[in-house]
Structure formats: C-alpha cells, structure tokens
Design a protein around this ligand. Structure first.
Ligand SMILES: Cc1cc2nc3c(=O)[nH]c(=O)nc-3n(C[C@H](O)[C@H](O)[C@H](O)COP(=O)(O)OP(=O)(O)OC[C@H]3O[C@@H](n4cnc5c(N)ncnc54)[C@H](O)[C@@H]3O)c2cc1C
Length: 456
C-alpha cells in the first residue's frame, strides 16, 4: 500500500494521542503504532498488585480513531526525508507533508555482564507487564529491582504485596533521587524497610551470573544475591527462572528508525526548538524521544514524563495549526506513593541548583493535612528551594499522608510565574477542618517564612 497524508505521527503514546485529538479532524492524519494496545504505563505496577485489571490499563483506540486520525498498527523502519517517505515494517509506504516523531523512550539496561540471561528485563511494555504477571502467578519467589526511583519503588511495593521477597538496589545514597532530597527520601526508606523490602543503597550491580537464566546478582559491595536459592518458576514461553532482575534505571530515547539520518540528536533525544521543530524542514519531534531544556536553567535536562510529553504535543498541535506558541521547558513535577506516604518534587533539587551555580536557600514546614484536632489528620511536610540572590522559587518537595500533586503543581506554577519567597508569604489560602491546617498556619507560608528568617 502507498498512501499520502498531510501529517504522519510515528508513535501512539500520550504524545501521539494528544496530536490526534487536536489535529485529526483538521487534516488527513495517520498514527503509526506497533503495539496492539497503547498502555497507561503509570498504572502498570497497580495491575501487578491487582488493584486495576489489565484491560483498564489500555487506552482505547477510539481516542485516536474518533478524532478522525487513522491508526495504523505498524512500525516505521526507514525514512527518506528528501522524498518525504516513510517505510513501514509491513512494507507499506506512507508519504507525508509533515512528519512527527513521537517514538518515546525504552528502558536503559546497563551493559554489564549477564544482562542477556533469561529473567533479566526492563519494565515498560505490555509484554513486560505480562511477563512479570505470568511469573508471579506461577509462584515466583524472588525479585531484584535495580533502581530506586519512582518506577522501581512502585514495582517493589506491588511485588512485595504479591508475597515476593524483594531486593531494591540503587547506587545513589538515597531513594527517589530525581524527586526529593535525602530528608524526605529517608521517610520513604523507613517505609520500605518497615515493609520488609531489602533496600541496598550506595550499591551498584556489577554482574549477573547464570547458565540460561540469572542465578546470582553480584554487587560492588562484594555481596551476592543468590536467586538459585529459590524455587524454579515457569513463565511465558516455558522459560524457567529462579528469580527475576528488573532494571528500572531510567530510559533512553527510542531513535531506532532515524539512526544514520541527518536528523540532529543529543544525549536526551532529537534536538528540537521551542516550536518542536527539528533541524529538518517539516519534521518535528515531541515527548520522550525529544531533547529539551530545563525551564529554570535553560540547559538540556532529563524530563521523560507523560506530563512533559502531553504539553509538548499540545504546543506542536498549535503550531501546526498556525498559532505560534512556544514550549518553555521542563519543570519536571513528579510524584509517587511509598506505602503510607505520598511524595513529590518539582523544579531543581538542591544538588541540581548548586550544579547550575545557584546559591541556594531552603525552608521547611511541617503541619497536618486537616486541623490537628481532627481524627483523620495526617503528616504534611514541605521543602521550598529558592535562589538566594533573587529569592525566586526554583524547586520544592512535599511529603504527606495525603496526595501531594496539587501542592506540587502550585510550586511548579510559582516557578513558571517566577514567583518569589515573598509571594508565597502573601499567598491567599483557604482553610476547613477536614481539608487543611488551622487558618493560623499554611504550609507554603511557613516554609517561605523560614527562608526569610535565614535571610535576615
Ligand atoms: C512504569 C512506568 C510508569 C510511569 N509513570 C509515570 C507517571 O506516574 N507520571 C508521568 O508523567 N510519567 C510516567 N511515566 C513516563 C511516561 O509513561 C512517558 O513519559 C510517556 O509515555 C511518554 O510519552 P510518549 O508519547 O513520548 O512516548 P511513549 O508513551 O513511550 O510512546 C511511544 C510510542 O511510539 C511507538 N514507537 C516507537 N518506535 C516506533 C516505530 N519505529 N514505529 C512506530 N511506532 C514506534 C511505541 O511503540 C509507542 O507506541 C511512566 C513510565 C513507565 C514505563
């Protein structure tokens, strides 16, 4: 088949779907996506834990098809930018006026010995999810998760709740290094340890040993985790393993089909400007496969989040419709749940701010989520990070017994609007016994005042 479109989007994740919703009825458009189902990746740990049925983790194809865009279950294997031609795995050929690359990212599995063994995997796709579920349902007893970021921690809790013996290994000195500093991370670590997760920090996995499947995980501390001590378990395709090693050590942009083309890429992906244009005319990139800058420092930074992918795609949709809007950069608000605690962070951490040559001042506050005399009150803690010179807010972190994303979003908004510590002191807030601390106190005001005290 050979078919022509105004717009072809390679990739059917949040970026591709956002583009379809906004442009599908305005032009002839195709979304190319290899998977049968587009996944809600964030929900995958909760499928393993049986909180959500697997089916409910699939985004409906109608999100694309109802928008008027065509959904092609296929894979882009080659592109000829001069001829504006995309070759698919099925050998079909698409020609386009404009092409968007939205191919996302894939798990980064370090190149250490033994990663090719059975029982070693990343955690991203429906197949990864089903592989883990098949092992768990067949009696898997042991998992080693490498990487104590949000994904590693969420997976660790899910597998622990399914009764597995879980080791969580990270070379960093504290968990969630991309979300919070060590004060709040300590609380998360206490929760993990209290729930019998074997947490190994400051520890690097050096090699994996086994014949066909992984038997031993060797750590740079000299310790060895012996998976061979556990009972064998048969999973998909009759693969027998005694333990599973899952790498949740970050992701790298998926750039397979554009390798060896003149498209410019950097360490974090395809280089785009604030209109999501690449170096080639009529070629755009958005989402995890694209490289962009920090909103705060203007320097290239990581930001592989759905909450960055969707706004990038929205901006691109505007631009393709002729409205000139610009993407201003990643702030990277993110959150997770560690047993009884909700934990989130946004903007720069103290270490990131110091590396970007900021002089940093930070303020802490600790209140409760409801009036302290209410029976359901929970802990609520905030850390605000400001630039000492201008007192502009450049980061913040929250830990609470209640969800934190709306507080994190407010700090992100403050960063976007270049708000200062004084702006937070002047914040106008609401109070009610079930929903906040007493009117006499507010979590933002208290943290901001603590910064101001240090400035006097
Ligand atoms: C377990 C997990 C939990 C997460 N939790 C969160 C969270 O809580 N909050 C958050 O903001 N983010 C979270 N993320 C990250 C988030 O899922 C990604 O940032 C987001 O999916 C990126 O969207 P995207 O559209 O750029 O890429 P993707 O969602 O990765 O989609 C890329 C698409 O491109 C397709 N593709 C790749 N190559 C080709 C090709 N050659 N031809 C055709 N199609 C191709 C892929 O198959 C896929 O359909 C999580 C990710 C994982 C794995």
């Amino acid at each position: 088949m050979r078919k022509n479109y105004d717009l072809v989007v390679v990739g059917g994740g949040p970026s591709g779907i956002t583009l379809a919703k906004r442009l599908g009825k305005k032009m002839t458009m195709a979304i190319v996506r290899p998977e049968e189902n587009s996944m809600i990746y964030c929900a995958m740990p909760y499928v393993i834990e049986n909180l959500i049925e697997e089916q409910k983790c699939f985004k409906s194809d109608s999100l694309v098809t109802d928008s008027g865009a065509e959904l092609l279950h296929d894979e882009a294997v080659k592109v000829d930018f001069d001829k504006k031609m995309l070759v698919l795995k099925s050998k079909d050929i698409l020609t386009y006026n404009k092409l968007v690359i939205a191919t996302g990212a894939k798990p980064l599995i370090p190149g250490i010995p033994g990663v090719h063994l059975n029982g070693v995997m990343g955690f991203k796709t429906q197949q990864d999810l089903e592989t883990i579920m098949a092992y768990v349902n067949n009696g898997l007893e042991k998992v080693v998760i490498v990487g104590a970021g949000a994904i590693g921690i969420e997976l660790a809790q899910a597998l622990k709740n399914k009764g597995l013996d879980v080791s969580l290994v990270d070379m960093a000195s504290h968990v969630l290094p991309n979300i919070v500093g060590n004060e709040f991370a300590r609380k998360a670590e206490e929760e993990l340890i209290r729930n019998n997760i074997d947490l190994l920090l400051n520890t690097r996995v050096e090699k994996l040993i086994g014949k066909n499947s992984v038997d031993e995980v060797h750590l740079d501390t000299g310790e060895v985790i012996y998976l061979s001590d556990y009972a064998p378990c048969i999973g998909h395709q009759n693969t027998t393993i005694k333990g599973l090693v899952v790498f949740a050590t970050g992701v790298v942009p998926e750039l397979g089909f554009i390798a060896n083309t003149p498209l410019k890429t950097g360490k974090q992906g395809i280089i785009v400007n604030e209109y999501m244009e690449t170096n080639l005319k009529d070629i755009y990139a958005v989402g995890d496969c694209a490289q962009f800058n920090s909103y705060i420092t203007g320097e290239v930074t990581g930001g592989k989040l759905a909450t960055n992918a969707v706004p990038m795609a929205r901006i691109l949709a505007d631009n393709l419709l002729g409205k000139k809007t610009i993407y201003k950069g990643f702030i990277n608000g993110a959150a997770t749940k560690v047993y009884n605690y909700f934990i989130g962070g946004t903007g720069l951490s103290v270490n990131e701010a110091l590396s970007a040559n900021f002089e940093v001042v930070k303020g802490y506050s600790q209140l409760t989520t409801q009036f302290p005399n209410m029976p359901g009150k929970k802990d609520l803690r905030m850390k605000l990070i400001a630039d000492k010179k201008t007192l502009k807010i450049i980061g913040g972190q929250v830990l609470s017994g209640e969800p934190v994303t709306s507080l994190i979003d407010l700090i992100s908004f403050a960063i976007q609007k270049q708000a200062t510590v004084s702006d937070f002191i002047e914040i106008s807030y609401a109070s009610q016994p079930y929903q906040s601390f007493y009117p006499a106190g507010n979590i933002f005001v208290a943290a901001a005042e603590q910064i101001m005290e240090q400035m006097q």
